[in-house]
Design a protein around this ligand. Structure first.
Ligand code: ADP
Length: 215
C-alpha cells in the first residue's frame, strides 16, 4: 500500500538523484529543464520526508529509504505515554448497575477492575454488562466480578511501549481498550500490575487525525 503519494516530478527527481547523486539542485533542474526555484518546494518535501538528504557544497543524495519506510519510522516513534487517557476504574464488588452508571457518567466503553491499591484484576466491557443484564439477574445485586474478564487473561500495555505495538494488540485480540500498567512488587514478593492509564481505539484514531492534519 502506497501511503505517501509523490508527484510524478518528485518521482523523477528521486530517479535522477538515485542515478547521479550526489548532485546539485542546479544540475537536477538542468536535467528537468526547470528552474531551481521551481524545484525548491519538491526538494524541500523530499528532504523533509527523509527520502533525500543534502550536504552543503556536495548536493543531494538518496538515503535509500522509501516513502513508506519513512512514514513507518515516524509512526513507530509515538509511545503509549504520549496519547494515553486516565483509567476509569471500579472494584470487583461494584454492582453491574453502578458499573453501567459509571460508563455513562465517564463516557467510556471499558472499565478497568482494580483491587485495593489500584492493581489490575480485570476488565469489563459494554457487552459483558449487556450479557448479564439480559439474564434473569438484578443488576443492583450482581457484582461486576461475575461479568468481567479476569487476570491473567488481560492484554496490557506499558508507558514506554509504542502506540504501534499497542494498536497491533488491540487488533490481534479484538478488544477496544488496553490497561496501561507498571510492574509492582508487593511486600510479600508477589508481582502485581499497577494501573496507570488506558489506551483505546479512540486515542489511536485521534492520533491518526492529528497526523493527518500535519500537527
Ligand atoms: P465489547 O465486548 O463491548 O465489544 P471489547 O471488544 O473491548 O468490547 O471486549 C470484548 C471482550 O474482551 C469482553 O468480554 C471484554 O471483557 C474483553 N476485553 C476487553 N478488553 C480486554 C483486554 N484488554 N484484555 C483482555 N480482554 C479484554
Amino acid at each position: 500500500m502506497a501511503l505517501i503519494r509523490l508527484t510524478p516530478r518528485q518521482e523523477k527527481i528521486i530517479e535522477i538523484v538515485k542515478g547521479s547523486g550526489p548532485i546539485t539542485s542546479e544540475q537536477i533542474a538542468k536535467q528537468l529543464n526547470l528552474t531551481r526555484a521551481t524545484l525548491r518546494p519538491d526538494l524541500a518535501i523530499l528532504t523533509m520526508s527523509g527520502i533525500l538528504d543534502a550536504r552543503p557544497r556536495v548536493g543531494y543524495f538518496y538515503t535509500g529509504k522509501t516513502a513508506n519506510a519513512v512514514l513507518a519510522e515516524e509512526i513507530r516513534r509515538f509511545r503509549v505515554k504520549d496519547i494515553k487517557s486516565v483509567p476509569v476504574v471500579i472494584k470487583e464488588e461494584t454492582s453491574v448497575y453502578d458499573a453501567i452508571v459509571t460508563m455513562f457518567i465517564e463516557d467510556v466503553g471499558t472499565l478497568i477492575v482494580v483491587s485495593e491499591g489500584g492493581f489490575l484484576e480485570g476488565v469489563v466491557s459494554r457487552k459483558d454488562l449487556l450479557k448479564v443484564t439480559i439474564g434473569q439477574n438484578d443488576p443492583k445485586q450482581v457484582p461486576v466480578g461475575v461479568a468481567m474478564t479476569r487476570m491473567p487473561n488481560i492484554v496490557t500495555t506499558t508507558l514506554e511501549e509504542t502506540v504501534f505495538m499497542a494498536a497491533q494488540k488491540i487488533i490481534e485480540h479484538q478488544v477496544d481498550a488496553l490497561p496501561v500498567v507498571r510492574k509492582f512488587v508487593k511486600e510479600d514478593g508477589k508481582e502485581k500490575l499497577e494501573v496507570v492509564g488506558r489506551i483505546t481505539k479512540t486515542n489511536i484514531t485521534q492520533l491518526f487525525v492529528e497526523l493527518g492534519e500535519g500537527k
